[in-house]
Design a protein around this ligand. Structure first.
Ligand code: FAD
Length: 309
């Protein structure tokens, strides 16, 4: 069995595997797709101390760094089952291929995925005007016109944030009213360069073949379609943690995030978690890496306090 088994190979998982392996303990990492969301990213300008990099480059560097250590890397492996430790003190992780792995501690770092609009143009112009993370990509739209899709807290926060950087923000909400907290709505309404459109369904992202140049929405009351000229579309209709497979065994928040304390401990002894899959606020690469390191150190601390069965 492993001492530390990491599930998920994004920034959080890679950091956890490196920190665990540096303790000289038996470390494994199983990931459906090594690199995680970073693989889907282009420009990264907030990975501190690296002025600018690209997603696939950072993903390759993550894997290279993990390979420097004695870590059993199981790529293209999807975990589907977690069985809490029994009398033998081993947690079991079942894989889609039928195999199962056993470990004295587990670090869950399965990340999250942005809910997509699923309209024509969204995939085609991803990273070419279609964005999901205002903290990451906001500055790339300095002085330009953007839309934010979604009038919940994250959409309205994004619109307020972006309004300070870009020339103009159109906030598009499907419902008849915004769902964000009143204090955020008040702040939003105080801004001069934001237009709010409610009862509107985005039906298409338009572009010139290489970049976004507009968006079409349908007015859900009148039924007619409108075109907005812009350079960017921020989709803020939800971040879904990859935790469906854990829902009956580990305590999750109402949003499906793994509940962790400030050491990355979950509701199960010996099971830790880190990164976008958890309740930790602000989903970012540097935050995921910090929390992955923290979870591995907590796992090590657990191991030295637990007698081997
Ligand atoms: P993830 O990166 O999501 O990795 C999850 C890992 O778990 C993957 O290896 C996945 O394959 C694996 N996995 C999932 N389910 C299972 C399972 N059941 N079994 C086994 N493995 C599983 N952040 C920044 O700081 N700066 C940026 O510029 C930036 N730009 C972004 C741009 C885009 C388009 C996107 C989508 C995100 C961006 N982010 C950015 C956010 C950043 O990518 C995430 O915060 C970060 O990747 C989270 O790391 P993580 O390790 O928690 O999860």
């Amino acid at each position: 069995p492993f001492d530390v088994l990491v599930v998920g190979g994004g920034p959080a998982g890679a950091a956890a595997a490196i920190y665990a392996a540096r303790k000289g303990i038996r470390t494994g990492i199983a990931a459906e797709r090594f690199g995680g969301q970073v693989l889907d990213t282009m420009a990264i300008e907030n990975f501190i101390s690296v002025k600018e990099t690209e997603g696939p480059k950072l993903a390759a560097a993550l894997e290279q760094h993990v390979r420097e250590y004695e870590v059993d890397i199981m790529d293209l492996q999807r975990a589907t089952r977690l069985v809490p430790a029994g009398a033998d003190g081993l947690v079991e992780i079942g894989l889609e291929n039928g195999a199962s792995l056993r470990s004295r501690t587990v670090v869950l770092s399965t990340g999250a995925r942005w809910r997509q609009m699923n309209v024509p143009g969204e995939d085609q112009y991803r990273n070419k005007g279609v964005a999901y993370c205002p903290h990451c990509d906001g500055p790339l739209f300095k002085g330009k016109r953007v839309a934010v899709i979604g009038g919940g807290n994250s959409g309205v926060e994004a619109a307020i944030d972006l309004a300070g950087i870009v020339a103009h923000v159109t906030l598009i909400e499907f419902d008849a009213q915004l769902r964000a907290d009143e204090v955020l709505q008040r702040k939003l309404r105080s801004l001069g360069n934001v237009r709010v459109v409610t009862s509107a369904q985005t039906t298409e992202v338009l572009g010139d073949g290489s970049r976004v140049n507009g968006l079409v929405y349908r007015d859900r009351t009148g039924g007619d379609s409108h075109r907005v000229e812009l350079e960017g579309v921020f989709v803020q209709i939800g971040l879904l943690p990859n935790t469906e497979w854990l829902k009956d065994v580990v305590a999750l928040s109402p949003r499906g995030e793994i509940i962790v304390d400030d050491r990355g401990q979950t509701s199960l002894p010996g099971v830790f978690a880190a990164g976008d899959a958890t309740t930790v606020p602000y989903k970012q690469i540097v935050i995921a890496m910090g929390d992955g390191s923290k979870a591995a150190l907590s796992a090590f601390d657990h191991l030295i306090r637990t007698p081997v069965q």
